[in-house]
Design a protein around this ligand. Structure first.
Ligand SMILES: [Fe+2]
Length: 448
């Protein structure tokens, strides 16, 4: 299904039509023997025809791609639609077990391993969908009856406790839900947090002691559905606020701080600095304003917001003017001061997008950046850092990402040395098909 009138249905945004299973993938270079697990990545991949005039990239049926690595080999590649009722029906299969929630049924944004379970996850009210190790859909899940509503695509895992912290929203709720999931995979805390409207709250942050909510001016707007199938749009009158609360706090504990209107899908990281909270975020100047089919309203870049809890003010500073998205840190420093950050550079100009994107490494100690240029016709997406071992230094390990090659119309999983990303890849794992540009991925070591 390709349609050039909607960018998100054309070239490498267009969906693939087949589910594949391929064993013993060809590799250029050497897969590090220490890597034993799966690299998984989720993204939209409409299974049935959609209307190109209204199709919004965020609403496509979900497809998860996975590569299983072990003993220095790329054992398999699989891609599977995450079943919803609609996808199952279109494929002639019985409906999947588990109740839907809030009219939402498309878990297309992230895929994680938690408490031994693989979960495809999304914001806006849908249930997580449990997948098997081989990426077959098992069921929608309410986490053993502990999750009353929907979830988010962006839980933050505390590296010490292994708990997941999350902010979830649904258009019909007068609040957002602050959720903590234990290392056992069950919700142990859920607090409604009052917000003045219906914000699209894509992500959140944690520090070692606090949680941070981003209440920004993309809000529910039924009229938006007239021009796309996505009912959220830019609403600068809403204002923009950062909410800071103790990690074990609730609605009454939140302190709100006004900032300049903008939109943030993804923080890079956050950490405590005494009476200040340091937030590094990818800031978009606006969102879902002129382009109603995807995130394309000006170039996003890396900013630092320093929330001074004593003075009650936020210092906003741009760290780099390079267009980037999909920021990541070493999962072991989530909520703690980090030295390195990883991101995908984006094409600038009239349309912000993945074509020509490279992997960017930020070093906050030296103040420098390094770029791994993918080469002509090659484009990457989110880059995920994997440490060489549990005690490895912050850039001792690998960075992996999907790379699309327009010449071959196929994709590779590329593994770079994190300490020197400008070097030739450690391994390039050749996939049997292309992987459409999508959203988020993770390295899921066996057992996670
Ligand atoms: Fe995201």
């Amino acid at each position: 299904m390709t349609d050039t009138t909607n960018r998100y249905l054309s070239a490498n945004y267009a969906p693939v039509a087949e589910e594949l299973t391929t064993f013993d993938l060809a590799v250029t270079g050497n897969v590090p023997a220490a890597l034993s697990g799966r690299y998984l990545r989720n993204g939209p991949n409409p299974q049935s025809a959609v209307d190109p005039t209204t199709y919004h990239w965020f609403t496509g049926d979900a497809m998860v791609h996975g590569i299983r690595l072990r003993n220095g080999r790329a054992e398999w590649y699989r891609n599977r639609w995450v079943r919803s009722s609609g996808v199952a029906a279109a494929l002639g299969e019985p409906d999947i077990p588990g109740e839907t929630h809030g009219g939402m049924d498309t878990a297309n944004t992230n895929v994680i391993g938690h408490a031994g379970t693989t979960l495809a996850i999304v914001e806006a009210g849908a249930r997580p969908v449990e997948l098997s190790y081989e990426l077959d859909t098992v069921c929608r899940t309410d986490l053993g009856g502990t999750l009353p509503n929907g979830f988010t695509a962006h839980p933050k895992r505390d590296p010490e406790s292994g708990e997941l912290f999350a902010a979830a929203y649904h258009w019909a709720f007068p609040h957002v839900q602050y959720i903590v999931i234990g290392a056992d995979g069950r919700v142990r805390k859920l607090e409604p947090i009052t917000v003045p409207g219906g914000p699209m709250m894509h992500d959140m942050s944690i520090t070692a002691t606090r949680s941070v909510l981003y209440d920004l001016p993309v809000t529910f707007n039924l009229e938006a559905a007239a021009t796309s199938n996505f009912p959220y749009s830019w609403n600068p009158e809403y204002g923009a606020r950062i909410g800071v609360l103790p990690r074990e706090g609730g609605d009454a504990d939140v302190r709100w701080f006004e900032i300049e209107p903008c939109y943030v899908f993804h923080p890079l990281n956050a950490y405590d600095d005494g009476d200040r909270v340091v937030l590094e975020v990818v800031r978009h100047p606006r969102m879902f304003d002129h382009d109603r089919h995807g995130p394309n309203d000006g170039a996003p870049s890396l900013w630092r917001w320093t929330v001074d809890l004593g003075a009650g003010v936020v210092k906003e500073e741009q760290l780099d003017d390079r267009p980037i998205e999909f920021p990541r840190v070493d999962e072991r420093v989530v909520g703690r001061a980090h030295r390195f950050g990883w991101a995908a550079s984006l094409s600038a100009g009239d349309d912000v997008g993945f074509d020509g994107s490279d992997v960017v490494k930020y070093d906050h100690v030296t103040g420098t950046t390094q770029v791994h240029e993918m080469g002509r016709g090659r484009s990457t997406g989110e880059a995920v850092f994997v440490p060489a071992d549990d005690g490895a230094a912050e850039d001792d390990g690998w960075v992996m990402s999907m790379v699309y090659d327009a010449d071959t119309d196929r994709s590779d999983l590329v593994i770079l040395s994190a300490a020197d990303i400008t070097a030739e890849p450690v391994a390039t794992i050749h996939l049997p098909a292309r992987v459409p540009y999508g959203f988020h991925g993770n390295w899921v070591p066996d057992g996670q």
